[in-house]
Design a protein around this ligand. Structure first.
Ligand code: FES
Length: 106
C-alpha cells in the first residue's frame, strides 16, 4: 500500500532543484517543463548533494556539479559519457493542492 508523505511546497520555479530530508531520506525535487520529479538527492557517483549547485537543462538532464554526471530527471538514467556511475534512484512524487508528496510504497 502506498503512503503520501509531504516533501515541500510545490512553488519551485522552472528549472529549480530543491533538497529535503524526509523520513531519513534526502529527496531532490526537480521542476522541469511544468512537472515535478523526485530523485535521490545524493549523486549516484559519490554522494554529492545534487541540490547544492546542481542544474537541470532544457532536456531534463540534472548535472552534478562535482564531476558532471548527468541524469534524466524523469527516469534517473545516466545520460552523460563516459558513464562513471549507476543510474540515479527515482522517487515517485505527486503534486496535490500545491504540495509535493512522495508516494512511498510500504
Ligand atoms: S559526485 Fe556527482 S558526478 Fe561525482
Amino acid at each position: 500500500m502506498a503512503q503520501l508523505i509531504y516533501v515541500c511546497e510545490a512553488d519551485l520555479k522552472e528549472g529549480e532543484l530543491r533538497g529535503r530530508k524526509v523520513e531519513g531520506q534526502w529527496i531532490l525535487i526537480v521542476k522541469h517543463q511544468g512537472g515535478h520529479y523526485g530523485l535521490d538527492a545524493a549523486c549516484a557517483h559519490s554522494g554529492y548533494p545534487l541540490f547544492k549547485g546542481g542544474t537541470v537543462d532544457s532536456e531534463g538532464a540534472v548535472t552534478c556539479p562535482l564531476h558532471y554526471s548527468k541524469f534524466d530527471c524523469r527516469t534517473g538514467a545516466v545520460v552523460s559519457k563516459p558513464r562513471i556511475c549507476d543510474d540515479q534512484i527515482v522517487f515517485k512524487v505527486e503534486v496535490k493542492e500545491g504540495k509535493v508528496y512522495w508516494i512511498k510504497n510500504q
